[in-house]
Design a protein around this ligand. Structure first.
Ligand code: DQA
Length: 148
């Protein structure tokens, strides 16, 4: 099972700054992820929360359950050492791909820094929903150790 995990404000997809994040809703994105996972012979389990502790506990619960994790923590990417620590724990069980819909490298400077640096196996940004498809394919391909 591939876990697709979204953090704060990502429930607003489709309504939130469409010029930056596109018009796809979170429900539609999650449905696409389920389809893409099925195409690789896997399943996707999707989760979103606006509560930091709930995200931390969800990451704990995925240990030993998910074979791969796609993680878009939203703004917590740039600030939450608690989520980094939980991800560091989970990464000992399964590879984590950090995905951002927008091009975080070409927006405000604070978005260039990710607390997940050194913890995640792979990072994808700026490709919208296609980034999730790429992440699923990357995990299905066996998440090459050289890229970790
Ligand atoms: C985001 C980028 C973050 O900087 C921002 O806070 C988000 C969404 C993205 O998917 O592009 O909420 O993670």
């Amino acid at each position: 099972m591939i876990a697709v995990v979204h953090g704060v404000n990502l429930n607003l997809l489709g309504r939130r700054d469409p010029a930056v994040y596109g018009t796809l809703t979170l429900a539609a994105l999650e449905a696409s992820c389920a389809t893409w996972a099925q195409e690789t012979g896997d399943t996707a389990q999707c989760f979103q929360t606006n509560h930091e502790g709930a995200l931390v506990e969800h990451l704990h619960d995925l240990a030993g359950v998910a074979s791969g994790v796609i993680l878009n923590p939203g703004a917590w990417t740039h600030s939450s050492y608690a989520i980094r620590d939980a991800a560091e724990f989970l990464a000992t069980y399964a590879p984590i791909v950090e995905v951002h819909l927008s091009n975080v490298m070409e927006r405000e400077p604070f978005r260039r820094h990710s607390v997940l640096d050194g913890v995640v196996a792979h990072r994808i940004w700026g490709k919208g929903a296609d980034g999730y498809r790429e992440a699923i394919a990357w995990l299905a391909a066996g998440s090459p150790p050289a890229a970790r």
